[in-house]
Write a protein that binds this ligand. Structure first.
Ligand code: PLP
Length: 420
């Protein structure tokens, strides 16, 4: 725990700086599933940082690939007709892994930028097809689609939209796991005015809710029936988190676009992107759509691409997707062992290496700060978990072992005991 006597100048995302400025948790080093603070204390990283360290920390293969690339060509733009071998190689590799025919890959520097890219592209696609009236973007209640302008407007977490004005007046949210609600909304608005439906396969930051059985298949079908673009936001669910490359293959889905980030580099360098299916790419790649006047300075950054390629090698070589699949049951069982605990309301998960322990309603009613207090109690016992609304979330590196999963539940149990 770092105490900053003169405060800090670093404005932390999503933090109330009036509280954080005096006391921070300073991470100085990481190796495998372990992180170390500035006092040399070791903690099990039960969240893979912000849901991204899929391959674990301190991977020399990834570090060396990035360093070697930096020596050769650290950075160069891929705007207009410029390109570089690593960005090309990465796009080809991702297109080959994606569950989409003839995929094209638009690279960004993170997930929020990927969402804004997909939202703009959805509308531009319809405009170029002669349907500029298709402007509504639909999403799910409690969805998190990043904090860029359009992603903020599309997101379903009310508090994240409040205070910024109407960033996307045409965004419409539908009830979370209710395919009929999507159908009714489409009928009410008129399908001919809807551009796209965005959905996270497993709702992450909105509380960690795996989809109800059949829900994703049903909404994909509704989109297809009404010619609405289906955009899967796999920023969390990709690269093994739910046992597949782009998350959605688990449900047999073939979206029109897939947004990704986080696990694509396991966070070693910032990268995101959009897998664009043939239908959306077609006008732009075959001459009728013109240029997509959109892009970020660091799109296709060669060092970032080299890190991503090395990360994909690690995931493949060590069969980490299969490992996530195999550990999904043990993680869920371990968390479910907390279900009878008096401080626990509900345990969610069972889809990939993702889980959440919801605090008991009376505890939440008594103390509005119960969730961060519980998180600290668990951290004091050597395990990092994430406060997520009314729950504590767990999303470890895919390299975790069953005995380390046991350490997470032991610390959760002891931390929750201390809440009573
Ligand atoms: N979409 C989802 C589902 C996310 O979970 C996140 C981040 O957590 C984002 C988009 C935004 O990604 P980034 O923080 O890289 O902008």
């Amino acid at each position: 725990m770092t105490t900053a006597p003169h405060g800090t100048a670093l404005w932390h995302p999503f933090a109330d700086m009036s509280e954080v400025k005096a006391e921070q948790f300073c991470v100085t080093r990481a190796e495998g599933v372990w992180i170390y603070d500035d006092r040399g204390r070791r903690y099990l990283d039960g969240t893979a940082s912000l849901w991204y360290a899929n391959a674990g920390h301190g991977r020399t293969e990834i570090i060396e690939a990035a360093a070697a690339q930096m020596r050769e060509l650290a950075a160069y733009s891929v705007f207009n007709d410029f390109t570089n071998p690593r960005a090309e190689e990465l796009a080809t590799r991702l297109a080959g892994l994606a569950p989409v025919d003839d995929a094209k890959i638009f690279l960004t520097t993170g997930g929020g930028e990927a969402i804004d890219t997909a939202a703009k592209l959805a509308r531009l696609y319809w405009a170029r097809r002669g349907h500029p009236e298709r402007t509504h973007i639909l999403s799910r209640g409690s969805a998190y689609h990043g904090t860029n302008g359009l992603g903020t407007g599309i997101g379903g977490i009310e508090a994240n939209r409040t205070g910024f004005g109407a960033l996307l007046p045409d965004a419409v949210r539908v009830a979370r796991d209710d395919a009929d609600a999507l159908r009714e909304t489409v009928e009410r608005l008129g399908a001919e005015r809807v551009a796209a439906f965005f959905a996270e396969p497993v709702l992450g930051a909105g509380g960690l809710h795996p989809p109800e059985p059949g829900y994703l298949e049903a909404v994909a079908k509704i989109c297809a029936e009404h010619d609405i673009l289906f955009v899967a936001d796999s920023v969390i669910c990709g690269f093994g988190r739910v046992g597949t490359w782009f998350g959605v293959e688990r449900w047999g889905l073939r979206p029109d676009m897939i947004t990704f980030a986080k696990g694509v580099t396991s966070g070693y360098l910032p990268l995101g992107g959009v897998v664009v299916g043939d239908r959306v790419a077609e006008p732009f790649w075959r001459g009728t759509g013109g240029a997509f006047r959109h892009g970020a300075t660091y799109s296709g950054h060669p060092t970032v691409a080299a890190a991503a390629l090395a990360n994909l090698d690690v995931l493949e070589r060590e069969s980490l997707l299969r490992r996530a699949d195999e550990l999904e049951g043990p993680l869920h069982e371990a968390l479910r062992s907390l279900a009878g605990h008096p401080a626990v309301g509900e345990v969610r998960g069972g889809t990939g290496l993702l889980g959440a322990v919801e605090l008991a309603p009376d505890l939440l009613a008594e103390d509005p700060g119960a969730v961060p207090r519980a998180q600290r109690a668990v951290r004091d016992r050597g395990v990092v978990v994430r406060p997520l609304g009314t729950a504590l979330a767990v999303s470890p590196p895919l390299t975790i072992t069953e005995s380390e999963i046991g350490l997470i539940t032991d610390a959760l149990r002891e931390g929750l005991d201390a809440m009573l």
